[in-house]
Design a protein around this ligand. Structure first.
Ligand SMILES: [Zn+2]
Length: 299
């Protein structure tokens, strides 16, 4: 089921907040692996995830990334996983031409329309603005334009914003744009912070009242999951359990089990046991996977 209004959000249950059911970055990346176009492989992966206790995915694929709402609806129905949809524009060099051509206000109209009226002539509405992103070393002007359009759309609709940081960097700079635009920072998720393992940085981000997402779980080549777990435990010990969110950000066919990858259910089979062995309680895990996403989306 697509969850796109308040009455449906109560069905969220355990939720992964940064995934992609359809995504196609293959034109820019020149790598067909980054086109998630095998619906059956995705359905199998998500059925297993559902069997392991995850009910809902926030799909942060947006305009220009290969988002396909009709396919998402089909995958959701066949797998039994609920989906929450997003609007937005990703980051340079994945931004469609109209981000260059249109004004900030025109861009914000597109986002608001997808939130209030529906996506691609369907009845299904976006409930999140995401993933909107920044490049590694500095925020490009075109990315700043998207952040400002997103802020305007957030201020009009209240929709939460989920960001992409490149290798976890520039989260504070992202927050500064939102602050300048009077965004409610309690509705902002700074993404991919697990790729920048720095407790002091996390605390500075959290000082702003935002969420931070450990949302590249399973990408052990970037960052061992043991390290992710240790930082999550430290943040729980410092009282930030209510500001943490989890996901895997699976974007490649080779991540799916059918293609020999670890699959979405890795978070349940492998990562949660690592959290437990690091001293994270079942109650903490429930807060992070169940309570926090509902507060973000519906609260
Ligand atoms: Zn992503």
């Amino acid at each position: 089921m697509i969850l796109d209004n308040k009455s449906k959000f109560k069905n969220m249950g355990n939720t992964l907040i940064h995934e992609h059911l359809t995504v196609d970055l293959s034109t820019v990346k020149g790598d067909n692996d980054t086109n998630l176009d095998d619906l059956n492989a995705m359905i199998d992966d998500l059925k297993e995830l559902k069997n392991n206790g995850i009910n809902t995915i926030i799909d942060v694929t947006n305009i220009g990334m290969g988002r396909n709402v009709r396919k998402i609806k089909y995958i959701s129905e066949k797998s039994g996983i609920n989906v929450i949809l997003s609007t937005g524009f990703y980051k340079d060099p994945f931004l469609p031409d109209n981000v260059v051509e249109k004004s900030v206000n025109e861009l914000s109209r597109i986002l608001v329309d997808e939130i209030l009226n529906g996506i691609d002539e369907t009845e299904f509405k976006a409930s999140v603005i995401g993933e909107i992103g920044t490049s590694k070393d500095n925020i490009k002007d075109i990315e700043k334009k998207v952040f400002i359009a997103a802020s305007i759309a957030h201020n009009e609709t209240g929709a939460p914003i989920i960001t992409h940081t490149t290798l976890g960097k520039l989260g504070l700079e992202q927050l500064q744009i939102f602050k300048n635009m009077n965004v409610n920072l309690e509705k902002v998720v700074i993404g991919h912070v697990d790729l920048n393992p720095d407790l002091d940085y996390y605390l500075k981000l959290l000082d702003n009242g935002c969420y931070i997402a450990f949302d590249t779980i399973g990408k052990n080549n970037y960052q061992p999951d043991e390290i992710r777990a240790k930082f999550i435990k430290s943040l729980i010990d410092k009282g930030y359990t209510k500001k943490l969110l989890l996901s895997l950000d699976i974007t490649r066919k080779s991540h799916l089990k059918y293609y020999g990858g670890y699959g979405h259910s890795y978070i349940c089979d492998k990562f949660i046991p690592i959290l437990t062995s690091n001293g994270v309680s079942d109650e903490n895990i429930k807060t992070i996977l169940y309570d926090n996403p509902i507060t973000l989306i519906g609260g």
